[in-house]
Design a protein around this ligand. Sequence first.
Ligand SMILES: Cc1cc2nc3c(=O)[nH]c(=O)nc-3n(C[C@H](O)[C@H](O)[C@H](O)COP(=O)(O)O)c2cc1C
Length: 376
Amino acid sequence: MMLRLLTAGESHGQAVTGILEGMPAGVPISKAIIDHHLARRQKGYGRGGRMKIEKDQIQVLSGLRGGLTLGSPISFMIPNKDYENWKEGMDPFQGDLNYKKVSHPRPGHADLPGALKYSFSDMRHVLERSSARETTARVAAGSIASQLLSVFGIEVASHVRRIGQAAIEQKQVEFHELKASEDSPVRSVCKDAERRMIQCIDEAREDGDTLGGVIEIQVKGLPVGLGSYTHWDRKLDGKLAGALMSIQGIKAVEVGDGFEGVKEPGSCVHDEIFYNETNGFNRKTNHAGGIEGGMTNGEILIIRCGMKPIPTLMKPLKTVDFHSKDVHNAAVERSDTCAVPAAAVVAEAVVGLTLTDAFLETFGADSMEEMKRRWK
Ligand SMILES: Cc1cc2nc3c(=O)[nH]c(=O)nc-3n(C[C@H](O)[C@H](O)[C@H](O)COP(=O)(O)O)c2cc1C
């Protein structure tokens, strides 16, 4: 592994922090771009009250000078404004351990297995760290990594294909169409689907319920041969699936035609190979989604992931009290009704991190100058 990311921070602690190690020296990094992606993560129709409190902006503590990477670890933090409201319980030394205790584990959350695993009697300890607030650090780091990719003309984008029962009908969305998702509160490129998605979210919210959905990430400009077929742990599709699965709430990942493709015969699924002087080897279709044998094949990378409905319900599910074992309603924390559009921004970030790691494996060097020579 060339690029390593360590994240830390509790949801209502002082800050979310991260250390990104392995970036070469001399990569131009813009704070405005990082903050732009942090703001995109905060948006999306269906989010709860927390995002109204926060205004996420990165503070870089090391590893950059004058907007250029130094090759040293990049450490950064994104302060939690909400900490001021939670100090009494969350202060690292003075925090009151009886503050907002949680003893009614929410089905679908880390609450119960986390408490049993770490021998906690208060599930607040679990939910503070299992919370998707952590993804703020991954979006910041992903944006730093993707700024290296963009020097080489590689672009990562996403859109939302489904929220609950509302889905875009268009089977294939072209890379250039993804731009339209930026103007949509649900990151849909289709106005009709957008309207139906918003309606589904409104209905779920009224019912005290939640929704999941399907995200698609596409990457343009990748060279042939990132990743490798030579060993299982070097396969790029495996690494991407692992990274996407690690996002809170993601329960399914597919590459290219994925689950749809398994219904068809091989003649309809594999992309025939052509050659001409101008384009070299090329395909007329991209059912494979840009990966064959664990390597990029030069086509656009297409990956989808499925997010389950948010597990905190305002009309709570049944659970049992951790101590008395009596039947109870699950804990209700302030929460999103649907976070699929935000998860799409997180998915872009983890894909950016994984591809930068693969890119550094093939073209990596100590400095950007040397990398450009290798790339050439
Ligand atoms: C951007 C984003 C926002 C989320 N917001 C919430 C939320 O407000 N409430 C909640 O219960 N879960 C939320 N989740 C999902 C949970 O964090 C996740 O389901 C939980 O940690 C259990 O992990 P698992 O679903 O991966 O097993 C969110 C996930 C993401 C990616």
